[in-house]
Ligand binder design. Structure first.
Ligand SMILES: [Zn+2]
Length: 425
């Protein structure tokens, strides 16, 4: 598939071209689009390379090294292990204002290993992780944009600083809050990102991935005993997990339609003849605003405590990640939309369309192929049927509020918990 240089053209609309008039800016945009199209092979290779690494959150060692080394070879300075996260790196170029950040994610999801170009599930390695959400394409688009922008800035002596952030562990919603806490966005004026979708366009306000969340593990502690010889001496931590989950699933009927909540049992015990002394369950509590996220989280805590009372166990909590609902800039979206319309749609090949139609058939969607027209600018629609979250919300919050370190303005009980939270799994 052929992807044109949207991110870069967006940027050029807002950069100061000293002493230049508007027609020159148009020329620069044309040059940028040409330069991006000239890198089609390079960009595709990056897409494929990151796809081949297929690393889960916090394990993006090869992906992060590869992406930032491409930039390092092209004059960017790379800072490694930022915010105390081993795989988090930032590549920077230039000096002065504005400071423009590109952000994209690198991590993949469990059990999504897949042969490229095949429309049905056909894993390269059975059970292995894979890129099921397009996080392999995002760094390729951003790096291409950053490289071409660097060239343009040099040629026309445009002031400014570029920062490329490979997003770490986005599938766990686990790092952007840590980036904000470490002050990494302090001097950043605008953050741009891309994500794969079934359309080509942009939006503002609270729309795409509208929910914020708390990601929390409940670890129940009981007492081991022989499950046949002395079950009365045991207190099963697994019983507490099951009762919490059952309670939550009954309560689910009486929650707002906007909520999304789901869990996996991380630890269900060891073997049946030993009453499990420890068991844990991992919940995502998603809602559309702080108040409702907080209410879901409090309800989860209540259910966990209630489960301990029923089972004679105790519980500890571990917050693994959190994310605010994203709130995208209208000004940036409007400029971006104009440039997307100017660049136009990718030129799909017949092979692209065949693969898309086959996939649509496979997953039971309308068989209509890839879209051929740019989407209209989407207005905010938080009361959506769509679910999902993105930890970019942590920095968009800062952008709209115009303040840094907003995390510390949270109520003190959450603040203390987050202060103790480590930025690693
Ligand atoms: Zn994603």
């Amino acid at each position: 598939m052929r992807r044109k240089g949207v991110s870069l053209v967006v940027l050029l609309a807002s950069l100061p071209l000293f002493g230049q008039s508007k027609p020159v800016l148009d020329d620069v945009k044309k040059q940028a689009v040409t330069a991006i199209d000239a890198r089609q092979v390079f960009t595709q290779q990056m897409v494929d390379q990151v796809f081949s690494f297929a690393e889960l959150g916090f394990q993006e060692y090869e992906s992060s090294r590869y992406v930032t080394e491409v930039l390092e070879k092209n004059g960017f300075a790379v800072e490694r292990g930022v915010a105390g996260i081993p795989t988090a790196r930032i590549a920077s170029y230039g000096s002065g204002k504005p400071t423009i950040a590109f952000i994209s994610d690198l991590d993949c999801i469990p059990r999504a290993s897949q042969k490229p170009g095949v429309a049905f599930h056909d894993p390269m390695i059975e059970g292995a992780p894979g890129h099921g959400e397009g996080h392999n394409a995002r760094p390729a688009v951003n790096v291409t944009a950053a490289l071409v922008l660097r060239e343009v800035m040099e040629k026309y002596k445009i002031a400014g600083t570029l920062k490329v952030f490979p997003g770490i562990a986005e599938e766990l919603l686990a790092t952007k809050a840590c980036y904000v806490r470490a002050g990494l966005f302090k001097d950043v004026d605008v953050v741009l990102g891309v994500h794969v979708d079934d359309a080509f366009g942009t939006q503002y306000g609270q729309s795409y991935a509208p929910q914020g969340l708390v990601s929390v593990q409940y670890i129940f502690h009981g007492r081991a005993s022989h499950a046949a010889m002395a079950p009365w001496d045991g207190r099963s931590a697994l019983d507490a997990v099951e009762l919490m989950d059952t309670g939550w699933n009954f309560r689910r009927e009486h929650l707002r339609l906007a909520q999304r909540s789901h869990y996996v049992i991380v630890n269900g015990g060891d073997q049946p003849n030993v009453v499990p002394s420890e068991a844990s369950v991992w919940y995502y509590f998603r809602e559309l605003d702080y108040r409702h996220i907080r209410e879901l989280y409090d309800l989860g805590n209540t259910m966990a405590e209630a489960a301990t009372m029923m089972t004679g166990t105790t519980v500890t909590r571990r917050i693994v990640g959190s994310a605010w609902p994203p709130n995208y800039s209208k000004v940036v979206a409007e400029v971006q939309q104009k440039n997307i319309e100017r660049v136009g749609m990718p030129q799909w090949s017949e092979a692209d369309q065949t693969l898309a139609r086959a996939l649509q058939k496979e997953i039971g969607q309308p068989v209509e192929g890839l879209k051929t027209a740019v989407d209209k600018l989407k207005a905010p629609s938080p009361e959506t049927e769509k679910g999902g979250s993105d930890d970019v919300g942590d920095r968009t919050r800062r952008d709209t509020a115009g303040r840094t370190e907003w995390l510390w303005r949270r109520p003190s009980h959450i603040r203390e918990r987050l202060r103790r939270q480590r930025c690693r799994l």
